[in-house]
Ligand binder design. Sequence first.
Ligand code: ADP
Ligand code: MG
Length: 285
Amino acid sequence: MSTEPPSLQEVIPSTSDAATTGSQSQSAPRSPGADPQFIQVQNFNFFYGEHQAIFDVSLDIPEKQVTAFIGPSGCGKSTLLRNFNRMNELIEGTRHQGDIRVAGKSIYDKDREVITLRRNVGMVFQRWNPFPKSIFENVVYGLRITGQHDRKILNETVERCLRSVAIWDEVKDRLHTSALGLSGGQMQRLCIARAVATRPQVILMDEPCSALDPVSTVKIEDLIHELKRDYTIVIVTHNMQQATRVSDRTAFFYIGKLIEYDETKKIFSNPSKKQTEDYVTGRFG
Ligand code: ADP
Ligand code: MG
């Protein structure tokens, strides 16, 4: 399926109409009262040293929906995602221009603590990363570091979170055994449970299923459907079928630019840009 990508001139229009934001009036139904602009990315540029990875991206992400980021490897999907909770700042020599707002407030505001932001905007990685601790301690990790040691609260949190990722019945009798004894799919669900334990508003997922077998993948996709009732989810995926199965809106990126952003069914059935069509039909990437 992968062929040589078309030349830059072919895929990147020279005018600023490259980024098409879909009309809000056509949005998929969302929970009543949900904010259609819950995350606002505004003229965002991002640099790793001299290397610019994101070019003037603007998009609004609706609350309590699933938004997918797609595009060929290296187009900046993970970079943009990691900016939503300022994780890229952990990499030396990086800088940004523009703004990202969550729930109406800039994530760069002076009075915004990064720790609080990361608790509110949780992250799940491609390669599940449970700590070498018990299942129980993995779930309550975020609470413990804030000084919460009340046994009753911790117990309730563990049950609530493990139920919310549909793994409670599988592990309830071995909560105090090592998380590393779980299967890959179970570990990924545990990592999602750990992310929801701090009651975030947003969950970022960077290719959460790409290292999983098909059965575990279906379970995570079902879980994403459940979770969007309570959380705003942004998922990076290189799997087109997955984007169509799990997401309400899809943003297509190419070499650091947002090419098209619209309802998922529009992106996959009738995209406005030729380069989007070429990508979603597998002609390149
Ligand atoms: P994607 O997730 O779409 O595959 P990335 O966001 O990982 O793309 O990468 C976007 C661009 O930024 C690529 O050119 C990549 O080489 C570069 N990049 C990613 N991470 C780093 C890093 N830690 N240091 C320097 N450049 C990076
Ligand atoms: Mg990536």
